[in-house]
Ligand binder design. Structure first.
Ligand code: ZN
Length: 306
């Protein structure tokens, strides 16, 4: 059977917080089997520890925010995505402020830090949450469906109703290699008018072209352009990988999302956990890639904007 994994050593990251604009230091640390992922506010005395679990999600409007006893840690999703995508079961994430650093807006710096730490195999068996029955959540024209399937397969589409960046669709079987290559580099994005509004209400103080793709009408304002033509849908998938881990164990199933985001991902995880007949927690089988179906990535180019 597959074993749990943690980091081989502690690694540090430092950068601006998207909403506070403050410099935040983050440390990824090894943890014992069965710990799961736990965020810790180490600037507080006593330290407040918040497990990365759905029941501690307190806000999903601008980022995934964890909270406990009035203490919050915001923007945990890209760090969580890297831990989930690279198969880390147990880790402590120390932060010295109310949010994780945004870094370049993607999960790549977190994935690189995990790569620097290396992974250690632990004695305990790895547990996964295997989907047994479909779960559906709908909000107007947005929906998400989680079906039984081998491994974790994401099929994601976005649609801006004719406005840039238009429709994008991508399918991926999430393995550590696929995550690192296909999803981790995709940056968060926003529209200039949204950024201006957020600034006017005291948010996004740390936001810049260094840590987000910013769109104005049908233009990308970042001088370096996009990292990949379908960076937008890939970033949504990256967010989903992080948000799904809040179920408390890696999910094995096929997730189909249309026009999703943190709120819909969170609603799906809560709907799943409220239906114990729809899943089982089992010891993970070792990965046998040759027996797995390999969905071909489908990228819908950005037409004139590509
Ligand atoms: Zn994101």
């Amino acid at each position: 059977m597959a074993k749990q994994r943690t980091l081989r050593k502690t690694v540090k990251l430092e950068g601006v917080g998207l909403h506070t604009g403050r410099t935040i230091r983050l440390r990824l640390r090894p943890a014992r089997p069965g710990t799961g992922i736990r965020f810790r506010r180490v600037d507080l005395d006593p330290v407040v520890e918040i497990p990365a679990l759905s029941r501690f999600v307190v806000d999903t409007r601008l980022a995934t925010v964890l909270g406990r006893d009035g203490v919050e840690i915001s923007t945990v999703e890209h760090c969580l995505a890297a831990l989930a995508g690279l198969g880390v079961d147990n880790a402590l994430v120390d932060v010295d402020g109310p949010e994780a650093p945004i870094l370049d807006g993607s999960a790549r710096p977190f994935a690189a830090a995990i790569g620097r730490a290396g992974l250690a195999v632990q004695a305990a068996p790895r547990r996964v949450l295997r989907v047994r029955k479909p779960i559906r959540v709908r909000d107007g024209d947005r929906y998400v469906i989680l079906r039984p399937g081998q491994g974790l397969v994401l099929s994601y589409s976005i649609d801006f109703d004719g406005r840039f960046p238009g429709d994008q669709h991508y399918v991926l079987q999430v393995t550590p290699e696929a995550f690192r290559r296909e999803l981790a580099p995709a940056r968060t994005f926003g529209f200039l008018h949204e950024v201006e509004y957020l600034r006017s209400v005291g948010k996004a103080r740390g936001g810049s072209l260094e840590n987000a793709v910013v769109l104005d009408g049908d233009r990308v304002l970042n001088p370096e352009g996009l990292r990949m033509p379908d960076e937008f849908v890939r970033h949504k998938m990256l967010d989903a990988v992080g948000d799904l881990l809040l179920a408390g164990a890696p999910i094995e199933g096929h997730l189909v999302v249309h026009k999703g985001g943190h709120a819909l991902h969170d609603t799906l995880v809560k709907a799943l956990l409220s239906r114990p007949d729809a899943y089982e927690v089992v010891e993970a089988e070792p990965v046998r890639p040759a027996l797995r179906p390999r969905p071909r990535p489908v990228a819908v180019p950005l037409a004139a904007h590509a």
